[in-house]
Design a protein around this ligand. Structure first.
Ligand code: NAP
Length: 263
């Protein structure tokens, strides 16, 4: 299947590692031009160089913290200066700290809101006018299975990703007639540094080993294994593509069967 991504410009946020990087690799392999960001410039530039050399794609890396609106504006300006337009936006960020309600003070809520919700709002605000003017656009938010089934001890993530989901579902209808789709993709437990970090946090909290924490998760997954980033990236790239032209307002999981609900 030709995904129709050749010549499209994709801005993938938080993409030097993990899920964002896997999606960036897939989009580049399909012929898209990339703008990637992450906070640590050295890792980001290494990732950009690796994707360039593996695919021949044009890849611009701009060090930025998506929790800071001024950084978001800088990434978008750099993308437009280099490539003239942004056709595809993938919003993403690092995960917020784990914890329960009573473990998070007002400052933690504020920081998590900037990271998970304001970043999506600002990135979307910056790309939408160009997409509308061209009558084509794809916005894909990386959220989590927790939007359909909240996960214990991830109170901030559960709460703020639900807000992103509500925004995306509403925006999808507002821009559907402009040729712009807005979807969310919900990773399940996928083998990245974030999951290793969460396993370490669970181990410290419960006085078990990280391996035991990971094993408990895999026992909840009907496929009895963690996902691989490239398995996530396959659906994500499709949702960013020309071929996904009649899919909007959706929240779709890539989770090995973890979610037990009917929808
Ligand atoms: P990861 O492997 O830790 O990678 C995170 C990436 O985001 C890195 O490139 C990191 O680079 C960048 N990043 C982090 N904070 C950033 C910020 N404020 N601004 C810009 N870039 C930032 O994590 P992942 O597993 O790919 O997870 C991505 C998202 O999916 C997270 O929100 C996570 O909670 C969510 N998620 C993951 C899973 C899973 O199983 N992996 C499941 C559900 C949801 P720098 O550190 O250099 O900035």
């Amino acid at each position: 299947m030709d995904l129709g991504l050749k010549g499209k410009v994709a801005l993938v946020a938080a993409a030097s590692k993990g899920l964002g990087r896997a999606l960036a690799e897939e989009l580049a392999a399909e012929g898209a031009t990339l703008v990637l960001c992450a906070r640590t410039d050295e890792t980001l530039q290494q990732t950009c160089a690796a994707i360039r050399s593996a695919t021949g794609a044009q890849v611009l890396g701009v060090a930025a913290d998506v929790a800071k609106p001024a950084d978001v504006a800088r990434v978008v300006q750099a993308a437009l200066a280099q490539f003239g337009q942004i056709d595809i936006l993938v919003t993403n960020a690092g995960g917020p700290p784990a914890g329960t309600f009573e473990q998070h003070d007002a400052a933690a809520w504020d920081a998590a809101t900037r990271l998970l919700l304001t970043s999506v709002v600002e990135l979307t605000r910056a790309v939408l006018p160009g997409m509308k003017a061209r009558g084509w656009g794809r916005i894909l938010n990386i959220t989590s299975i927790s939007v359909k089934q909240p996960i214990g001890n991830l109170l901030l993530s559960n709460s703020l990703r639900a807000a992103v989901t509500g925004m995306a579902r509403t925006l999808a209808n507002e821009v559907a007639a402009d040729g712009i789709t807005v979807n969310n993709i919900l990773p399940g437990y996928t083998r990245t540094e974030r999951v290793e970090h969460l396993a370490g946090a669970a181990a410290a909290r419960e006085n078990i080993s990280p391996e035991q924490a990971t094993e408990r998760w895999t026992n909840e997954i009907p496929m009895r294994r963690l996902g691989e980033p490239r398995e996530f990236a396959a659906l994500a790239a499709f949702l960013c593509s020309e071929r996904a032209s009649y899919i909007t307002g959706t929240s779709t999981a890539v989770d090995g069967g973890w979610l037990r609900g009917l929808y």
